[in-house]
Design a protein around this ligand. Structure first.
Ligand code: SF4
Ligand code: SF4
Length: 317
């Protein structure tokens, strides 16, 4: 394992050692951005003002923290961005029920976060006394934006973070720190004239390139909305938890790296959902079993079953 140095390191040496450790831990990409203070004109403000977040009220209540990294860590100087692929191959296109790839393996909020915390610990060994705030998905931090600033992705027209050698099927994490690290240059946006994601979205959820109206997105309805669904929603096209259509058509996913991390092994029931397990209340125990230890446990068996039955045009229960 990479060991911390006995003598004080230069900024460049510290960054290099941290990157080595990140790769040892199994991250596929590592970059550093200079922490910047609040941007009063942030495009998130306009997105919220137009109501595109629907009833995800926490997006609004955490706005100030999202656009100002120093509210998460006063004195922040650097943001480390890391990512790891979760891609494990294709989903049968004609499957009647489909689960988004990010949710098929073990809950990344646990295992991926453990890796991010290990990296944090190592940074503190390299720079004793430094403050480091780790984030994986649930913190009010714009992780895709930091990945772009740190040079490990650009934000595509699909709003996803795209890495040129990994594609979009990646988990992201950050370390916000008051430690000085050597920053990377941001990557240029390489979407070019492609509009594949915009035209493939079956619900026309993209208001314009890079702007998603969450209220029209299948992922929003299948993961974030519980209880009875409005009758006038468009079909979910088999998607029972999340939706990968705008990623499946992205040409950069031809380069998706197949993950070899056992945590990303798809649960067999989530890779190929069995209709009875996903629709019959009698099979609740099997469905709960399949969801246990995955991120879908938060969504809950009842909501997943509701989505599956809607996809199969079964009566509401
Ligand atoms: S996840 Fe699905 S519904 Fe949402 S924007 Fe992408 S293609 Fe459209
Ligand atoms: S599908 Fe095309 S436009 Fe959309 S994110 Fe991928 S490269 Fe960009």
């Amino acid at each position: 394992m990479t060991s911390p140095a006995d003598t004080p390191l230069t900024t460049l040496e510290r960054t290099k050692k941290l990157k080595e450790r990140a790769l040892e831990l199994g991250f596929d990409a590592f970059g550093v951005a200079l922490a910047q203070t609040a941007d009063p004109e942030h495009r998130l403000r306009a997105w919220l003002d137009r109501g595109y977040h629907g009833n995800l009220s926490w997006m609004e209540t955490t706005y100030e923290r999202r656009v100002d990294i120093t509210k998460s860590l006063p004195g922040a100087r650097s943001v480390v961005a890391v990512s790891a692929s979760y891609y494990r191959g294709e989903i049968a296109p004609n499957a009647k029920l489909k689960i988004a790839r990010y949710a098929q393996g073990k809950d990344y909020h646990r295992w991926f976060r453990r890796k991010v915390r290990k990296l944090r610990k190592y940074l503190i060994q390299l720079a004793p006394g430094c403050q480091v705030y780790p984030t994986v998905d649930t913190s009010p931090v714009l992780e895709r934006e930091w990945a772009a600033r740190a040079g490990i992705a650009w934000i595509g027209k699909s709003t996803m973070a795209i890495h040129p050698q990994l594609g979009t099927y990646t988990y992201l994490g950050t370390l916000i720190t008051d430690c000085e690290l050597e920053p990377n240059d941001p990557l240029p946006n390489r979407c070019g004239t492609c509009t594949a994601c915009l035209s493939a979205c079956p619900t026309q959820a993209f208001v314009e390139p890079g702007v998603l109206d969450a209220r029209k997105c299948i992922a929003y309805w299948t993961l974030e909305q519980h209880g009875e669904l409005p009758d006038d929603l468009p079909p979910f096209h088999g998607w029972t938890a999340g939706c990968d259509i705008c990623q499946e058509v992205c040409p950069w996913n031809k380069f998706a790296k197949t993950s070899t991390d056992p945590h990303t092994d798809p649960h067999p029931h989530l890779l190929s959902p069995d209709i009875d397990t996903f629709t019959l209340p009698d099979a609740n125990e099997s469905l709960c079993d399949a969801l246990r230890a995955t991120t879908l446990q938060r969504t809950g068996a009842e909501t997943i079953r509701r989505n599956a039955r809607r996809n199969l045009h079964m009566k509401k229960i």
